[in-house]
Structure formats: C-alpha cells, structure tokens
Design a protein. Structure first.
Ligand code: SF4
Length: 269
C-alpha cells in the first residue's frame, strides 16, 4: 500500500475548473505581457483564446484518459477535481467556461493596466520576474505570489495589479494589503507611493485600493493569528510533523466539502 502522505499530496494536486481556469489565464497573461515587453507585439484575443482552450482540452484529456499516469506523476499531468470525483464535466460548465475565456482575454487586452503597458512602456520599470518572492514576518518565511507590479517613473508610483478571473470577494482587499506590505518593505517606499488594483476580468471592472499604516498593522495582526492557528496542528516544530489526522476537526459547514480536494480521505473518518 502506498504511504498516506503520497495520497494526500496527489489529492492536493487536483484542480477544480475555477482554479485551473484561473491558472491558465494567468499564465497566458504573464506571457502576453513579457512578449509585449520584448517584442512590442500584443497578441490578439483569438490567439489568447486558442492558447487557453488548448490547455483546457489538454487538462480534459489527461483527466479522462491518463488517470494512471497522473497517479504516478501528479505534478506532470492534469487531473480535474470534477472528473476525478464525478467522472465527467457537465456540458453547462464547459459552455460557461468557453464563454469566460473570451470575456477574460477581451477584458485583459482592453484593461487600463495593459493599455498603460503598451502606451508607456519606456517609463515603466517592471518588477523582478521571480516566481517566488518572499519576506520574513516575525521569523516566518512568507511567500508572496504577486501577479504583476511595476514602478511608474513619470508618476513616482509603485503599481501592484492582481488579475481576478472569478467574482469579487471580501478577501481581495486583505490579499492586496499583504502585497502592499511586501512592496513597502522591499523597496522602502511610503504607502502613499503605492497604488493597488484588482482587475476583474470577467466584468472588466477595475478597483483601486490604497492602504494606511493602520491597514498594515491590521494585516500583520491577522497574519500572526493565522500563524498561531496553524501551529496548533504542528506536533513537532523542528521536523514540521503534523498532529494526528483525528485532531484536524471536520468542518460543520458542509458546503465547503463539495469543493474540497480531500473528500476521499474524509469519507472513511
Ligand atoms: S470536512 Fe469537508 S472540507 Fe473538511 S477535509 Fe473533509 S471533505 Fe474537506
């Protein structure tokens, strides 16, 4: 029998349609921006849709025909959560996401952010491209996965942009506050020099946020609380061993379970 942690790791790799869709769209947006900065050429919406559709099709094929490959190498193959648990994708869901592809790429190309990139290329300093930016907050290493940030020389502003492929959520502001904190610390700039945006690609809406020192104190406080909460589940702080599975209480809010990757582990508990 395979070790339990391998099963858990594999389930962690399941991707539901909204997550997969978001990843694919982010990947091609990043590529479109990088290509534009290097070549001065922007893709058409049809080109982006075709790329996105190609990846969704690849995910569908892996999920329906390559279960064994995925079991061996969950990192290398796609497995859609809906197909893993229900064997299929509903035609309505497929149709819905086909339409979303056109919407999000259209809105991306028309977005103020992309317009600024194309009109002001010379005066923007694009943030470092590393995938994993990190900072230490009270001895805890925090990875900050920011979509896009740049320095606008003309306005002496740092701009942070987060592309959203789903709906608006109460957590959006919180997430952006952490990015603002990172930029503030890394470049040693004042909060007044930082502008933060959510670009909601389904609707084309752009939302601007600004943060105060009070917001920063708040985000650090929330961060500390959530670190403490997570540490409750650490049996050994040096080896990072978790407590027993029975000590992870199951949620009482059953709607969470519908979209949870780990359902198969929970049924037997
Ligand atoms: S209780 Fe529900 S949400 Fe929590 S792990 Fe189990 S299936 Fe997932």
């Amino acid at each position: 029998m395979e070790p339990y942690h391998q099963q858990v790791y594999r389930l962690k790799k399941l991707q539901s349609m909204p997550i997969l869709f978001g990843q694919i769209v982010h990947r091609y947006i990043e590529q479109a921006i990088n290509d534009y900065l290097q070549t001065g050429k922007a893709p058409t919406v049809e080109e982006l849709i075709q790329l996105g559709r190609g990846q969704l099709n690849a995910a569908f094929i892996d999920s329906t025909r390559r279960l064994d490959f995925w079991r061996q190498k969950p990192n290398k193959y796609y497995m859609m959560q809906e197909i893993y648990y229900h064997g299929t994708l509903s035609p309505e869901l497929v149709q819905d996401y086909k339409e979303r592809l056109r919407l999000v790429f259209n809105h991306f190309l028309m977005s103020e952010t992309f317009q600024q990139i194309t009109s002001q290329k010379g005066s923007l300093r694009i943030g470092e491209p590393e995938q994993f930016r990190s900072m230490k907050v009270e001895d805890v290493q925090v990875f900050v996965v920011m979509d896009f940030h740049y320095y606008d020389e003309l306005r002496d502003k740092w701009i942070i942009v987060d592309w959203k492929t789903g709906g608006e959520s109460d957590d959006d502001r919180q997430q952006l506050a952490l990015y603002a904190y990172y930029v503030q610390q890394k470049y040693r700039v004042s909060l007044a020099q930082i502008e933060v945006y959510n670009e909601y690609l389904l609707t084309g809406k752009r939302k601007k946020y600004s943060f105060t020192d009070f917001d920063m104190e708040n985000i650090l406080y929330t961060f500390q609380r959530s670190v403490l909460e997570m540490k409750k589940y650490q049996a050994d702080i040096f080896s990072n061993e978790p407590v027993d599975i029975e000590d992870f209480e199951q949620t009482q809010e059953k709607w969470h379970c519908r979209g949870c990757n780990f359902r198969e582990l929970c049924v037997s508990r």
